[in-house]
Ligand binder design. Structure first.
Ligand SMILES: [Zn+2]
Length: 301
């Protein structure tokens, strides 16, 4: 266990502010400024308890824990890569959601395995059209992920089916503010695709709908698309373990979500590696082997 210490509730440099000083491992001090309007004694006690709890929970119990930032009452720290950001409020620190840190990633992008299916009990689709690198002639491109549809996923896939993080990592995108595009916007993007001969990155992003992205380290990111909802505790910088429910199946971003609701419910799931996706440019059999390998258990130590 690392040695950590802390002190909190100190009156900050400006009137009405409270500053926490967190002394992390190796004696490195981190000052976390927080601003509280007219803090009462009760609030200060609550803040101190909340910071102590967050520090003990997330910052000092593991052997390789990431640095800890504590944000209280709307302050906005600039988290470093891998930082655990624990959001809180001055009035209700007990409501802070705690998500346990994921195991330290030892991912090798050249040999990815040890993932869990993003839908519990699911299998890869048998239809090659639903696998990565399948051609998408209408937009002169290829499919960049795996589609899990009811009927070719080994499990029921319907609106609200829980979607899980396929591996531990840090949330880098969670579209809580997502708004469906209008039919006019969809038509404009489709016209642009026709004019350009292929979909551009912005168009592809709109058509993926409401998304969560998780960074697993070493350039490996998974994307969960067309979601109906996102787990409320998700926010950029939060670390989630593999298997954590990040959202629910939907059909957001598909034109059918507007024109024929309920007919395009599926999870489009991507494994990004660097600037590409896992399997780009490979034959279908090679792609399938790579994705089968993803879900093989890690080798015994
Ligand atoms: Zn898809």
């Amino acid at each position: 266990m690392r040695r950590c210490s802390w002190r909190g509730g100190e009156v900050g440099p400006s009137p009405g502010s409270v500053r926490f000083v967190i002394l992390g491992p190796a004696g490195v001090g981190r000052t976390v400024p927080t601003v509280v309007r007219r803090p009462s004694t009760l609030v200060r006690v609550a803040l101190a308890l909340g910071a102590l709890w967050a520090l003990m929970s997330a910052g000092c119990l593991g052997s390789q824990d990431p640095p800890l930032s504590v944000t209280i009452d709307g302050g906005t720290p600039a988290p470093t890569d891998g930082a655990v950001v624990v959001r809180s409020t001055a009035s209700a620190p007990a409501a802070v959601p705690f998500i346990p840190p994921s195991p330290v990633s030892d991912l090798d992008p050249e040999d990815l395995h040890g993932f869990v299916m993003p839908l519990e009990g699911a299998c890869l689709p048998s239809n090659e059209r639903l696998m990565p690198n399948a051609p998408r002639e209408y937009r002169n491109g290829v499919h960049e992920g795996v589609d899990f549809y009811f009927g070719d996923a080994c499990v029921v896939v319907e609106r609200g089916t829980p979607v899980r993080a396929a591996y531990g990592g840090v949330v880098v995108r969670a579209d809580h503010q997502y708004v469906d595009p209008t039919l006019e916007e969809v038509a404009a993007l489709e016209a642009r695709t026709a004019e350009q001969g292929a979909s551009d990155a912005e168009t592809l992003d709109v058509f993926r709908g409401r998304q969560v992205w998780i960074d697993h380290g070493n350039g490996v990111v998974t994307r969960y698309s067309h979601l109906n909802a996102i787990a409320p505790e998700l926010a950029e910088g939060i670390r989630v373990p593999g298997g954590h429910v990040v959202g629910a199946v939907g059909e957001s971003g598909t034109p059918e979500s507007i024109t024929a609701p309920g007919t395009e419910l599926h999870l489009h799931w991507e494994v990004r590696v660097g600037d590409s996706f896992l399997g780009e440019g490979l034959e279908a059999s090679e792609v399938r082997a790579l994705y089968d390998r993803l879900f093989e258990a890690p080798a015994a130590p």
